[in-house]
Design a protein around this ligand. Structure first.
Ligand code: ZN
Length: 281
């Protein structure tokens, strides 16, 4: 499978299509039993906040977001080990990748999903825009953490800071489907940048704290995403989300990021032919 096709496919899951999920979901209160290599989804039954998180669990089940991400990643990239993709209660809005003696996992906190869902529920949005905003923002967070997992599990030689690499992967995936997803993700994250100091002091969220969220990262996310389709960038320049000066450079930046990730993932694809696919489309 060509990488370009691969990322289009991945991005397609942001469109809330009726495509059937092919990865199984276990809902359990116990630690996930993960065996086979690849991403394995578990929705942990909420404990303390059962009522509070019931809509979040229903939203995750209804969108099948994690199932689709796992199925498509597993159909594209060969991991050497299992990586649990776990939605769980954390006590704070957070998301992170971790590797322990018991195995590697991505944790998506119900609190963060709830924060996203509620943020856009309050906004003056159409039903379609609200769904796109909620799905796009959660997808950005998940793909950023998957970027961390790929860098670690595949020992990818990312020379820039790891956060930048994870952002690049997330932006590439978002750019391939609904390009508004990057816009919505940046919209969700922007207020967190503005209150960065307060958040760092009051909340131990790894996603906000350790990820050193700043305005440049949001600009990068938009630039790399819209660089895939420069014709769409003017809208975001006009809204002030992207400067005109930066927008001019985005197609070249997107091309660089895309080429780098094609090369990084080429040896690890399920069909093992990303690089060949690029030269023999
Ligand atoms: Zn990160």
């Amino acid at each position: 499978m060509q990488y370009t096709a691969c990322v289009r496919w991945l991005g397609g899951l942001l469109l809330l299509s009726a495509m059937a999920a092919t990865a199984g979901v276990a809902q359990t209160g116990a630690a996930p039993a993960v065996q086979a290599p690849g991403f394995r989804v578990t929705l942990v039954a909420p404990r303390e906040g059962a009522d509070r998180f019931r809509p979040v669990v229903a939203w995750l089940e209804g969108t099948e977001l994690l199932d689709r991400v796992a199925a498509m990643m597993n159909g594209t990239v060969r991991l050497p080990a299992p990586v649990a993709l776990v939605a769980d209660e954390c006590g704070e809005p957070d998301a992170y990748y971790r590797k322990e003696a018991s195995g590697a996992s991505i944790i998506l906190c119900y609190e963060m999903v709830l924060d996203v869902v509620e943020r856009f529920r309050r906004a003056d949005l159409t039903t379609l825009d609200r769904a796109a905003a909620q799905t796009g923002s959660v997808a950005y967070v998940v793909f950023h953490e998957i970027g961390h997992a790929l860098i670690d599990q595949l020992r990818l030689p990312v020379t820039a800071r790891v956060e930048g690499g994870a952002d690049e992967f997330a932006a590439l995936v978002l750019s391939s489907g609904d390009r508004m997803a990057a816009y919505w993700a940046a919209s969700y994250l922007r207020p967190l940048v503005k209150r960065e100091d307060a958040v760092a002091a009051a909340v131990s969220s790894k996603f906000v704290g350790e990820h050193a969220l700043d305005a440049l990262r949001l600009s990068d996310l938009l630039c790399w995403s819209f660089g895939a389709d420069p014709r769409s960038a003017w809208r975001y320049v006009r809204s002030g989300a992207l400067s005109a000066e930066r927008a001019d450079k985005c197609p070249a930046e997107y091309a660089r990021v895309s080429t780098v990730w094609e090369a990084l993932l080429a040896p690890h694809t399920a069909v093992g032919a990303l690089a060949r696919a690029r030269t023999h489309p």
